[in-house]
Ligand binder design. Structure first.
Ligand code: 5GP
Length: 181
């Protein structure tokens, strides 16, 4: 069988490391939200693989919902300008929300989403991100649940893309842009 190949400098986080961390985070969320019936929100498309692993590891009753956001502009860094392509189905007033994101880099995208959520008066909103790149932050965002903290390098795989490719890699690697030139 053929495997997916991608221009990578290196594999950064293996499939097994991701599985272990998703289990730990799922258990932590289960404990924190016991009896609260949280709404676990997937921010499509980048977080879809992480989301499915997180919700499978949440052992307390919860609801699932989906949003699709698109950012304008450059391929390898955030423009901070985001628009909603698909909104939630559930009303969130009075609900406990966990937003599941792929990566918090500058924090502009998640800040925009958090601001939008807060106008809908949820009981609480927390962020669970697969990856955190704190060295690049330009906002005061601190995600409560973090899969892995990474350096300021462009990564792909396990939901994360370059030009809509490599989302289906089961691991996370550092992208080698030179190989695409
Ligand atoms: P922020 O607005 O926090 O700067 O960036 C968030 C968004 O930028 C992410 O949801 C993701 O779509 C994209 N992004 C930031 N860093 C990376 C990266 O290293 N790899 C990929 N594939 N996307 C990234």
């Amino acid at each position: 069988m053929q495997t997916v190949s991608a221009p990578l400098k290196k594999v950064l986080i293996t499939k097994d490391e991701i599985a272990k961390r998703a289990k730990e985070l799922g258990e932590e969320i289960s404990k924190d939200y016991e009896g609260k019936l949280p709404l676990i929100v997937c921010i499509l498309r980048g977080s879809v693989l992480f989301y499915s692993d997180i919700v499978r590891n949440i052992k307390t009753p919860c609801n699932l919902d989906f949003m699709c956001m698109a950012s304008y502009g450059a391929k390898t860094h955030s423009s901070g300008k985001v628009r909603t392509l698909l909104d939630l189905r559930e009303a969130i007033e009075g609900r406990h929300i966990v937003l599941v994101e792929d990566i918090v880099d500058t924090g502009l995208t998640i800040k925009h989403i958090l601001d939008m959520f807060r106008t809908r008066k949820p009981a609480s909103v927390e962020v669970c991100t697969l990856l955190d790149k704190p060295s690049n932050r330009t906002t005061d965002i601190t995600p409560k649940y973090v899969g892995f903290t990474v350096q300021n390098e462009f990564v792909v795989g396990y939901g994360l893309d370059y030009n809509e490719l490599y989302r289906n890699l089961p691991f996370i690697g550092v992208f080698n842009e030179d190989e695409t030139k």
